[in-house]
Design a protein around this ligand. Structure first.
Ligand code: NAP
Ligand code: ZN
Length: 350
């Protein structure tokens, strides 16, 4: 199938219209017309080459909402016309202990990311959601609950699941005290989800510029991470901290903010960090952990959770030709929402 997307041709992160083909349907494949695609900071990291060389041209995008336009002969759960979602993965071995345990992101044989990796059958490079169409095997397609507004759902597929999983895993519940470092795409979903779980949420931000946004999302307040005094007077204030900062940074001002047995979960920076001080960890049995997206079953669960709690990500709709400007904002970290591409602004005839 002929389609069009926005692709980076090299690591300068500038994307241009790109015509390419989606594979013919396999028996277990679902063919999807993409309606909306979220713009994640991981797309920027990947295109930039922050995580290693990439097979350009590369079409990013792993927060995908669309409509089924065709199904393979053996597809059981989807029909033409269904509203569906695809997230950060499109395949895995389906047989190892992690896949069996619904943690495909940790597939022992390596999961197949939605873009930039060889397809398990043909070896052709997967291409992501900044495009009009995608073809994915049924096991990696999710259902969009009816009550969710399709135009405000895409960010749940990455920002949502990436924060939902560690909030659950590290025991956030009614009355938990949660800190969220960095109020961007992931951070704003962490706030909404933790508030819905009954937590008291504080945003830790580089300045107080996003205070009103934080409160609108349900946070009880903002703690300015560059204000040394305010930070020091918040010792022991949190049970769980979710750290979404996308670059190398210093955790040492943050670990003492955890209470005894508290956990700081890194979901942002993958790579070097400033040298950690072990005293706050040892003296308070505090933990620093990491977390990678979440499995397909849990991604469906967070979609359903958002429907049940009437949670919609804050989405700023953009045209496809505005995606480079969106990347510039992610680079600065000056927004407290998600950019979402309206795919109706891109046509195969373009
Ligand atoms: P984003 O929208 O750009 O938000 C990041 C936030 O971090 C900014 O809004 C900013 O908040 C803060 N920040 C602190 N220092 C910064 C700096 N030097 N430059 C820019 N921002 C800075 O990004 P995102 O989409 O939420 O993604 C955040 C990170 O999570 C990225 O590294 C991304 O690759 C990663 N990620 C990981 C997973 C996973 O599975 N672990 C999944 C998706 C994304 P303040 O202004 O409030 O300080
Ligand atoms: Zn992402």
């Amino acid at each position: 199938m002929k389609t069009i997307g926005y692709a980076a041709k090299s690591s300068d992160a500038h994307m241009v219209p790109y015509h390419f083909e989606r594979r013919n349907l396999r028996d277990n494949d679902v063919s999807i017309e993409i309606l909306y695609s979220g713009v994640c900071h991981s797309d920027l990291h990947t295109v930039n080459g922050d995580w290693g060389d990439q097979p350009y041209p590369l079409v990013p995008g792993h927060e995908i909402i669309g409509k089924v336009i065709e199904v393979g002969q053996q597809v059981q759960n989807y029909q033409v016309g269904d509203h569906v979602a695809v997230g950060c993965m499109v395949d895995s071995c389906q047989t190892c202990d992690q896949c069996e345990n619904h943690e495909e992101q940790f597939c022992r044989n390596g999961m197949t990311p939605t873009y930039g990796a060889p397809d398990r059958v043909t070896g052709e490079i997967t291409q992501g959601g900044y495009s009009k169409h995608i073809v994915a095997r049924e096991e990696f397609v999710m259902r969009v609950p009816q009550s969710l507004d399709l135009a405000k759902t895409a960010p749940i597929l990455c920002a949502g699941i990436t924060t939902y999983t560690p909030l659950k895993k590290f025991g956030v519940k009614q009355g938990s005290r949660v800190g969220v470092i960095g109020l961007g795409g992931l951070g704003h979903m962490a706030v909404k989800l933790a508030v819905a779980m009954g937590a008291d949420v504080t945003v830790l931000s580089r300045s107080d510029a996003k205070e009103q946004e934080a409160k609108n999302l349900g946070a009880s307040g903002i703690l300015v991470s560059t204000d040394k005094e305010a930070m020091e007077s918040s010792a022991n204030a949190f049970d769980v901290i979710i750290d979404t900062v996308p670059v190398k940074h210093d955790l040492n001002p943050y670990t003492p903010l955890l209470d005894i047995d508290g956990t700081l979960v890194i979901v942002g920076q993958i790579g070097p960090m400033e040298e950690p001080m072990t005293a706050p960890l040892v003296l308070g049995r505090r933990r620093v952990a990491g977390s990678l997206i979440g499995g397909i079953k849990e991604t469906q669960e967070v979609l359903d959770f958002c429907a049940e709690h009437n949670i919609h990500p804050e989405c700023k709709m953009i045209r496809a030709d505005e995606v480079n400007d969106a990347f510039a904002h992610l680079e600065k970290g000056d927004i407290a929402h998600r950019f979402v591409i309206d795919m109706a602004t891109l046509s195969v005839e373009d």
